[in-house]
Design a protein around this ligand. Structure first.
Ligand code: RP5
Length: 162
């Protein structure tokens, strides 16, 4: 199976990124985690992206806050799918990161999830890999069914808890 690359702009993003790690683990998807910044370590970030396909990656998650250029900078250097997580924080509490990540000019797409949407970023990567992987698709189906069952159990119990 292809690996998922998870890159964060700073170790301060780790509490947000952890949810993507947990989701990939639960789906038995291999991953690698790195701290590379578009601003502070642009050469390492570029090198990761340029070599990602040859190094066995199938998609890349990029988490960054504030003037969040990481996902765009990575996407500029690979044709693998890139999913951006705008991280909450700073003066605008993540709105700056959301707009920086989502408003990519034509030609270099970044699929952007919600502010702090790390679990969905991992699920989107899983769904991309599952296009060619029936076993992974079955694990995703099973997760959806389990999630639905939890909601229905809450529905059954809610009246008795009021
Ligand atoms: C971004 O700036 C990082 O992704 C992080 O969200 C934010 C703040 O970084 P630190 O100053 O905490 O390292 O590049």
């Amino acid at each position: 199976m292809k690996k998922i690359g998870i890159i964060m702009g700073s170790d301060s993003d780790l509490p947000i990124v952890q949810k993507a790690v947990d989701m990939l683990k639960s789906l038995e998807i291999p991953y690698e985690v790195h701290i590379y910044s578009a601003h502070r370590t642009p050469i390492e970030a570029r090198d990761f992206a340029v070599n990602a396909r040859a190094n066995g990656f199938g998609a890349i998650i990029c988490a960054a806050g504030m003037a969040a250029h990481l996902a765009g900078a990575i996407a500029a250097n690979t044709t693998l799918p890139v999913i951006g997580i705008p991280c909450k924080g700073g003066m605008m509490d993540g709105l700056d990161a959301l707009l920086s990540t989502v408003q990519m000019p034509t030609g270099i797409p970044v699929a952007t999830v919600a502010i702090n949407g790390a679990a969905n970023a991992a699920l989107l990567c899983a769904q991309i890999l599952a296009v060619e992987d029936g076993e992974l698709a079955a694990r995703l189906d099973a997760k959806r069914k389990a999630d639905a069952a939890k909601v229905l159990e809450k529905d059954t119990n809610i009246a008795s808890n009021l």
